[in-house]
Ligand binder design. Structure first.
Ligand code: CP
Ligand code: NVA
Length: 307
């Protein structure tokens, strides 16, 4: 059956936990999987910049025996040179899987609709599911059980928070978040997650506040992201003022559970959403998250296309 990863909700709890177990095995014994996607091709469409996503996908497919082909915006001019649907139909004839970094989520849906190969959302304005999988895998490696995990997010109610909300709903994570007024996560994203958590009795809880110290109280991990995402560069100066009280610094980290981890999807704007002393602290796991992007995505690609 054709499967995509448009949002984390394309996977259920058991599939996510299997993905974590496979990612852990691939991380420990990479040689065992060296030929597992031999001869397979991953098309990589980017409409926004990237360091981690590009390198982890391309290296990941290579380590599994396949190849990645990078397609820059200027190469294919998606939706301008030809329709998204026609691009999907072409890629489906040559490739085995495609990842897409774009602006509107509807572009991901359109590509998936036209495609007979799996489509992976590699970040859009609304979601970043690959990031959330790697993030919670990073915590799973440390705790094995994500139940009773309290994750706090401080900052913008953006794509990264939306995907953390999704995965929390599925896995039963207690998520608290502090955003400035007017920068909360989208109501429909929260509603869907709350409904999912209730229907599946996952145990997830969601607590919203505008006060960072309240959100991080007794947290096992504190997460933040940039105040202005890709595509919002013109709002960066205005947002810097609004978000100033939302900086994650050593003072804020004092409110967490002892030994709490600091998390960030990167790139970090040091001195803005996080101070050097926190991002470089012994309790910071940001580079483990970045490394785990590759292991989690290898497991994801394997699960989506292994025949
Ligand atoms: N975290 C992340 O997706 O990084 P890039 O934008 O560098 O890919
Ligand atoms: N929210 C950020 C995440 C970058 C990985 C952005 O969309 O730019």
């Amino acid at each position: 059956m054709l499967r995509h990863l448009r949002t984390v909700f394309d996977l259920d709890r058991d599939e996510i936990l299997s993905l974590f177990d496979l990612a852990r095995e691939m991380k420990k014994y990479p040689g065992r999987f060296g030929d597992s996607l031999k001869g397979r091709t991953l098309a990589m469409i980017f409409e926004k910049p990237s360091l981690r996503t590009r390198v982890t996908f391309q290296t990941g497919i290579f380590q599994l025996g396949g190849q990645g082909i990078y397609l820059a915006p200027s190469d294919i001019k998606i939706g301008k040179r030809e329709t998204t649907q026609d691009i999907a139909r072409n890629l489906s004839r040559w490739c085995d899987i495609v990842m897409f970094r774009t602006f509107a989520h509807k572009n991901i849906q359109e590509l998936a609709e036209g495609s007979s190969i799996p489509v992976i959302n590699a970040l859009c304005d609304s979601y970043h599911p690959c990031q959330a999988l790697a993030d919670i895998f990073t915590l799973y490696e440390r705790r094995h059980d994500v139940h009773n995990l309290k994750l706090a997010y401080v900052g913008d109610g953006n794509n990264v928070l939306h995907s953390l909300i999704n995965i929390s709903a599925i896995l039963g994570i207690q998520l608290s978040y502090a955003t400035p007024e007017g920068y909360e996560p989208k109501e429909d994203v929260l509603k869907l997650a709350q409904d999912y958590a209730t229907q599946h009795n996952s145990g997830a809880t969601f607590e919203a506040t505008h006060v960072p110290a309240e959100a991080v109280k007794d947290a096992d991990a504190v997460y933040t992201d940039v105040w202005a995402s890709m595509g919002q560069e013109d709002q960066a100066a205005a947002r810097r003022k609004i978000f100033e009280p939302y900086q994650v610094n050593a003072e804020l980290m004092k409110h967490t559970k002892p030994g709490a981890w600091f998390m960030h999807c990167l790139p970090a704007h040091r001195g803005e959403e996080v101070t050097d002393e926190v991002v470089d602290a012994h309790y910071s796991v940001v580079f483990d998250q970045a490394e785990n992007r590759m292991h989690a995505q290898k497991a994801l690609m394997y699960m989506l296309i292994k025949r």
